[in-house]
Design a protein around this ligand. Structure first.
Ligand SMILES: O=P(O)(O)O[C@H]1O[C@H](CO)[C@@H](O)[C@H]1O
Ligand SMILES: O=c1cc[nH]c(=O)[nH]1
Length: 235
């Protein structure tokens, strides 16, 4: 048991998916895992363990923003021995060639969060990166399922409502999409020496202002979950 997760030692699998929304954790457990059992209800931040094609897999809600995901990621890595983590999130597209419902893989995660400065001091701009083996497996799994994916740099922002951020400059330097947790997750995975990857479904578009309907979110979201599960259970 840790401060924010009431699971007993051994209740959580080494392989885990991390959606921000705890109800998405419940959805994944109910629709994709066999024999899923809920191991966490503290603060309603639901966590489940079940199996996928015979492999033990957990799924844990992490909340919104780097402070929230950092709590769950630290306890999962440090106290429960989790070894492979895939964030399954939603994101906002920032470029015209990225469309609604596309699946995005975060090779790197730029950030305006103070987490980098707080760890390394003002002279280092650490580059939070995905694990290459997980990235390659996710790309291959997507290709096998004929799901197109975009791979590259995203930005993890501290503020969802941010009138000051220069999105045009970020886009000009290749940033594909915006979300709020991955840079922090990648840094923590490096600290604890575990494998990590961020996968996203584009739920809205910052340029065109389009947004997915609930049904569209569901369908494209399922594509991302299948990629994540095939990746995390691949030998
Ligand atoms: O859909 P999730 O995983 O929560 O991710 C995105 O959605 C939330 C904002 O609405 C932020 O957490 C952002 O990162
Ligand atoms: O953090 C997020 C997630 C989805 N869409 C956004 O614009 N931002």
């Amino acid at each position: 048991m840790s401060l924010h997760i009431e699971a007993k030692t051994g209740d959580i699998a080494e392989n885990i998916l991390l959606p921000g929304d705890p109800l998405r954790a419940q959805y994944i457990a109910e629709h994709f895992l066999d024999g899923a059992v809920c191991y966490n209800r503290v603060r309603n931040m639901l966590g489940y363990t079940g199996t996928y094609k015979g492999h033990a897999v957990s799924v844990q809600g992490t909340g919104m923003g780097i402070p929230s995901i950092s709590i769950y990621a630290t306890e999962l890595m440090r106290d429960y021995g989790v070894k492979k983590l895939i964030r399954v999130g939603t994101c906002g597209a920032m470029r015209e060639d990225i469309r609604l419902r596309d699946v995005v893989i975060a090779q790197g995660a730029t950030t305006d969060s103070s987490i980098i400065r707080n760890i390394f001091g003002p002279s280092i701009n650490y580059a939070p990166l995905a694990d290459f083996e997980l990235l390659r497996k996710a790309y291959d799994a997507a290709a096998r399922q004929n799901i197109p994916v975009r791979v590259g740099n995203i930005v993890s922002v501290d503020r969802f409502y941010d009138d000051e951020i220069d999105n045009d400059k970020l886009t000009a330097y290749g940033i594909m999409a915006v979300e709020m947790e991955t840079a922090g997750l990648y840094v923590l995975a490096a600290k604890y020496g575990v494998q990590v990857l961020g996968l996203f479904t584009v739920s809205d578009h910052l340029l065109t202002k389009e947004a997915c309907t609930a049904e569209e979110r569901q369908t494209s979201f399922d594509d991302m979950i299948r990629i994540a599960l095939e990746t995390i259970t691949a030998e």
